[in-house]
Design a protein around this ligand. Structure first.
Ligand SMILES: Nc1ncnc2c1ncn2[C@@H]1O[C@H](COP(=O)(O)OP(=O)(O)OP(=O)(O)O)[C@@H](O)[C@H]1O
Length: 738
């Protein structure tokens, strides 16, 4: 049966039903025929429109099924006003509206309102000259028009004059005289009122203008009068201000919009169910405001899983006509066919993320959760370090180093935690945290890689030592479950204080000659260390099986997958079939959406953005961590600290940076002087021999460079530009190959 809906679907762009079009489309219904056509309420409605993606939101609107006895939840689109609704039935309206449920929600709503107000203000501010011109033209007209109206009112001729003329035409002097007397009576009252009113207005104006009124008040009053005159003088169809036609790219989430988007996904289960029964997609709760956006809880047709929709997030966003990062589908609690679709007021990339709450104050207890990221709704996501191992994966520029470093900063704020780590990229991303690190290495030279592998072996030995200690305390009844407890972690001399070790860009290690052995130790540490207070944090940009052995990926219990290029990388980091289930970090763009990733291991996986802490903020956190550790007596002294490489100076890159333009060979001493200017703390006082020694590990050999000085030929030690460029090119090639 095909029925003609007299009311077409709302205009998808404006969401205002086109009433004229609806009236045109209306047809006269023969009631008798319509009654015989009426469906047996117990029979499912059939639809001959068998195109799965047909114009379903026009013909198959569950909300218009008034004849159906089945009640599919409460109304899905609440009215725009927040007026009282009847209480009773099966569901009670929450006492507080959804936007007032938490401080974060209130702040988000207020921020959204303030953002809108700001937009309107800016909109009008740039048009001020245009408004001023309009006011200048219309104000005198309005003034004269008002004057004429007042005079007309005082003479009381309006209406009366016409009636008197009529009486005169009918030769009815009695009526004429009566009307004239009435006019005279009215004018005798109105003229004094007008004269007194005008005088009072003039006096008030003079007082305001010439009196002791502050200048801003005076000008405001003048402006108010002028604008009022302009309003009275403007043509009825020409407002002074322009209409604010469009603000942000936000549109209210409605059931119709959700239904259209879901039916456009091409999921056979949804389309066939909706074709048979338009109420197959239902909304158990009203669509409501939730933080800085709207939330729709959707019950999908029987047999369709929320994961199937989540996996098609891009198509869903297309169906909603919104940017991808404004549309956040998630599985909802209840059953697997329940979807929580949250649509933000703005794309997430345009929302301002609050600062990490621990930058200014506070410490961390690694046995308790601490803030790590925010959700698209700007809710805080907390994570923990103890009894966990972490894997961070993502392509270059996805923000994995920042995310990993955030955990190191959190660990630094718990003075009990011993921290050791290596960054194998060699750019000094962790150099700022060095004061609190017991062991630190930076670089991808052989010494650093060997030291990093040695740290993993040391961690494994430490795990063995710790397991003996745990056995001892368990026997004494102090380690229930044979795990480190907060008491044991705090007990000086227990040897069971929390230990956090990090390795960023670990693929460099696994590809090195120490890779095989290191992978074995890493896997053992991950398996053994968890209960013993040893936490390993790993970051990698190449999650294939050579760069990240499966034994490691299988055993880590906390994962943060930032932007990745493909399904394989996604599932290597998050675990098998996560991509299929709809957890796809491929949707994030590197750099643009840096810091966004799928966090798994803390309940339901979710898309979150880690807090970026860098520069002075990072220094601030480390300064506080140093204070805490000094007070607790756990700050590693320089003598205790192991440093395998000079921090954060890559001599090859630095030589390339200071190379004199246009020269293909240059003296070492020229370079040393320039290097000292670039980084006085690292290269200050370097001489030619030192530079030669520093470049030797990179296979850059010195050459003799001849110059003419004061007419004499002088030959000294130098370097060829080509050698430097070759080393850099080789590094780039290796990185790309990785
Ligand atoms: N949570 C975040 N929020 C906003 N911007 C971020 C965030 N994390 C990182 N960024 C930005 O992304 C840039 C790259 O971050 P990061 O160095 O952590 O990436 P990466 O994945 O380690 O890349 P690479 O492997 O190239 O070093 C940073 O310089 C920073 O500007």
């Amino acid at each position: 049966m095909t029925t003609t809906d007299p009311f077409p679907p709302p205009d998808p762009d404006g969401w205002i039903p086109d009433i004229a079009a609806a009236l045109e489309a209306a047809e006269v219904v023969d009631l008798d025929k319509a009654r015989t056509r009426r469906v047996d309420p117990d029979q499912p409605t059939t639809n001959t429109d068998d195109t799965p993606d047909g114009d379903s939101d026009a013909d198959e609107d569950a909300e218009s099924l008034t004849a159906r006895p089945e009640q599919v939840g409460p109304p899905v689109d609440p009215p725009d006003h927040d007026g009282p609704r009847p209480v009773g039935g099966q569901r009670r309206v929450p006492v507080l509206p959804a936007w007032a449920h938490s401080r974060a929600d209130i702040v988000a709503t207020a921020r959204h309102a303030a953002g809108n107000a700001g937009y309107v203000l800016r909109f009008h501010a740039v048009r001020t000259p245009k408004y001023a011109a309009k006011v200048a033209v219309w104000a005198p007209i309005g003034f004269l028009r008002t004057l004429a109206r007042l005079l007309r009112w005082a003479t009381a001729e309006e209406g009366n004059w016409g009636l008197r003329q009529d009486a005169a035409r009918r030769n009815d002097p009695e009526t004429w005289l009566k009307l004239d007397r009435q006019r005279q009576r009215q004018t005798s009252v109105r003229w004094p009122i007008l004269i007194a009113g005008s005088t009072a207005a003039l006096v008030a104006a003079a007082v305001v203008w010439f009196g002791p009124t502050p200048a801003p008040v005076r000008w405001l009053a003048f402006l108010a009068v002028v604008v009022a005159c302009a309003r009275l003088g403007r043509p009825a169809d020409r407002p002074i201000t322009d209409r604010v036609s469009a603000g942000e790219t936000y549109r209210k989430l409605t059931a119709e919009l959700v239904r259209r988007a879901l039916t456009s996904l091409g999921i056979a289960g949804i389309n066939s169910a909706v074709a048979k029964n338009p109420g197959a997609i239902s909304f158990p709760v009203e669509i409501h405001r939730d933080g800085p956006g709207h939330l729709a809880i959707v019950d999908l047709p029987y047999g369709v899983e929320a994961g199937e929709v989540i996996a098609r997030r891009g198509r869903l966003a297309s169906g909603l006509r919104l940017p991808l990062d404004q549309v956040w589908p998630d599985p909802a609690p209840g059953h697997t066919g329940r979807l929580a679709l949250w649509v933000g007021y703005q794309p997430a990339s345009q929302m301002r993320q609050p600062a990490w709450p621990l930058i200014r104050s506070g410490s961390v207890d690694v046995f308790k959760p601490f803030p790590f990221a925010t959700t698209p709704r700007m809710n805080v996501v907390t994570v923990s370090l103890i009894f966990r191992n972490w894997l961070f994966g993502g392509q270059p520029g996805s923000g994995k180093t920042f995310a990993l470093r955030l955990l190191v900063l959190a660990a630094a704020l718990d003075p009990r935690v011993e921290i050791r780590g290596y960054e194998l990229k060699g750019v000094g991303d962790f150099a700022g945290t060095a004061p609190v690190l017991s062991e630190y290495g930076n670089g991808f030279d052989e010494d650093t890689l060997e030291a990093c592998a040695a740290m993993l072996k040391w961690l494994y030995d430490e795990c063995r030592r710790r397991s003996e200690r745990i056995a001892f305390y368990a026997a004494a009844g102090e380690a229930p479950e044979n795990k480190v407890t907060p008491e044991l972690a705090s007990l000086k001399g227990s040897g069971l204080h929390p230990l956090v070790a990090f390795i960023d860009e670990i693929q460099e290690l696994f590809h090195s000659p120490w890779g095989k052995e290191a992978a074995e130790y890493a896997e053992k540490v991950i398996k053994l260390g968890r209960a013993l207070g040893v936490t390993l944090l790993i970051g990698t940009q190449i999650p294939d099986k050579d760069s990240l052995p499966p034994g490691i990926t299988r055993n880590v219990n906390s994962r943060f997958c930032l932007s990745v290029a493909d399904q394989v990388a996604n599932d290597m980091i998050l675990g098998t079939s996560m991509y299929k289930q709809g957890y796809r970090a491929t949707v994030f763009e590197p750099v643009v959406e840096a810091g966004w990733g799928i966090l798994a291991g803390f309940g339901k996986p979710s898309a979150d953005r880690s807090y970026p802490v860098t520069g002075p903020e990072l220094d601030r956190v480390i300064a506080r961590a140093v204070e805490l550790r000094t007070a607790a007596g756990t700050l590693p002294t320089p003598a205790e600290q192991t440093r395998t490489t000079a921090p954060a100076a890559d001599v090859v890159v630095d030589v390339a940076a200071v190379w004199p333009a246009g020269e293909d060979k240059t003296w070492n001493e020229t370079l040393c002087a320039r290097l000292a200017d670039l980084r006085p703390d690292v290269y200050g006082g370097w001489e030619s021999a030192q530079l030669t020694a520093a470049l030797k590990p990179h296979a850059i050999t010195p050459v003799d460079v001849g110059r003419r000085i004061d007419g004499k030929a002088v030959t000294r030690r130098g370097i060829s530009h080509a050698a430097i460029l070759a080393v850099i090119a080789e590094r780039d090639r290796k990185r790309r190959a990785n």
